[in-house]
Design a protein around this ligand. Structure first.
Ligand code: MG
Length: 400
């Protein structure tokens, strides 16, 4: 059995473009959905590789659009020793297949056509199609229709009947057809270029074509959601790498100092003593970030013996540490905090502190939690001698 493989891949992908948000469009330099990365390689290349283990395939012809020519230049030239031939497709799928068909080897008795946008096809399914072809003019991979299907009568959606789905199959690819039959189908059918699949062409000339039902997931990637789902099922690390850091800080409270907390000033007769502005909440958060990225503690970055940090604003400290985290590819996505303080009472200030901390961490307010506790008069915080803050910051990896 000698089989020529044809991959029609010249579609405009207009539904895919429509599914991209404006920012997605900006990020992507790809003109075609087939150039998007799936498991570390372009969708189209992954589709081709599915045929790597099929010895019956003796040539591979891929019909692409002119826009894709520069893209594919950098791609592999051969698969399993077979040269991949890139040719220009036509305006329709059937036209693209025809362009490729004319270039197939006369020695091939079979043509296998597979959509460029079906990268999840398995070698097992391809083999099933090859095996089923023997006594037929054509065989196509198909999936039994599961949803309930309605036939509607008019444009207003009036249902005429519920279609018996037992006899319904959704046509997929690969589609395997006898080369001579396909050539004849194109020549005999004046509307051949409107056909949406090869089976349709053969059916029109009375050829015997069968379905090969299967249960694998072999989607045609049409929208960005399809691509995301394909990624989620194929890529090993679909869960983002996350880390959690913990931070803690205590400052003595003394008269005559401004009381900085969470990047803002709280009205209070006492303020936190410190080499910096003494913002224990921001220090705890900064330490939590340093903990998550494994970069030491705040004292190593902003020594309280270094005069240049005298009275430094803690918003600045946190900014530097956040930038370092970003440089290492980490970004916070949630922060939870405890403020342990006897007085002043923070009830009236908590929402402002939350807003301020969210701003410092470049987070939404909903992703920041501020909790205030007293110590019932016990210990240094309870006696009003100190403020203590605890923070837990969750970070996710943002670069590979
Ligand atoms: Mg401190």
């Amino acid at each position: 059995m000698r089989v020529s493989l044809i991959i029609p891949a010249a579609g405009l992908g207009s539904r895919f473009r429509q599914s991209l948000s404006r920012s997605d469009k900006k990020v992507s330099s790809c003109r075609s959905k087939l150039c998007y990365q799936l498991n570390g390689e372009p969708v189209l290349l992954r589709t081709l590789r599915a045929f790597e283990q099929i010895p019956e395939i003796c040539e591979m012809i891929v019909a692409i659009s002119p826009e894709m020519l520069p893209e594919v230049k950098g791609w592999t030239r051969s698969i399993r020793g077979l040269k991949v031939r890139w040719i220009l497709g036509g305006k329709t799928r059937a036209e693209s297949v025809w362009n490729a068909l004319k270039k197939t080897s006369l020695q091939s008795d079979w043509i296998m056509v597979h959509d460029g946008a079906r990268p999840l096809i398995t070698p097992h399914a391809i083999r099933q199609v090859l095996k089923a072809g023997k006594d037929w003019d054509g065989v196509i991979l198909a999936r039994k229709v599961v949803p309930t299907i309605k036939r509607v009568l008019t444009e207003d959606g009036h249902i005429r009947e519920t279609v018996d789905r037992n006899a319904l199959y959704e046509a997929e690819t690969p589609q395997l057809v006898r080369r001579e039959m396909l050539l004849r189908a194109y020549k005999q059918n004046p509307r051949a270029f409107e056909a949406t699949d090869e089976a349709g062409l053969l059916e029109a000339i009375g050829a015997r074509v069968r379905v090969m039902p299967h249960g694998d997931w072999n989607p045609k990637l049409t929208t960005l959601t399809d691509l995301m789902l394909a990624k989620a099922t194929t890529e090993k690390n679909i869960l983002p790498e996350v880390r959690v850091g913990i931070g803690f800080d205590t400052h003595r409270l003394v008269k005559g100092r401004k009381f900085y907390l969470g990047g803002m000033v709280i009205p209070s007769p006492k303020g936190a003593l410190g080499h910096s502005d003494g913002d224990a909440l921001l220090h705890a958060l900064a330490d939590a970030i340093l903990g998550a990225i494994g970069a030491g503690d705040i004292g190593e970055w902003f020594s309280d013996r270094d005069p240049k940090f005298k009275n430094i604003r803690s918003t600045k400290i946190l900014g530097v540490i956040l930038a370092e985290a970003k440089r290492r590819g980490w970004q916070p996505y949630h922060a939870d905090t405890n403020i342990i303080l006897e007085s002043p009472k923070l009830y009236a200030h908590k929402s402002k502190i939350r807003k301020s901390v969210a701003k410092c961490l470049e987070l939404d307010e909903k992703d920041v939690s501020i909790k205030a506790r007293t110590r019932e008069g016990l210990g240094p915080e309870g006696e009003g001698l100190a403020v203590t803050c605890e923070a837990v910051v969750s970070m996710r990896k943002v670069t590979a």
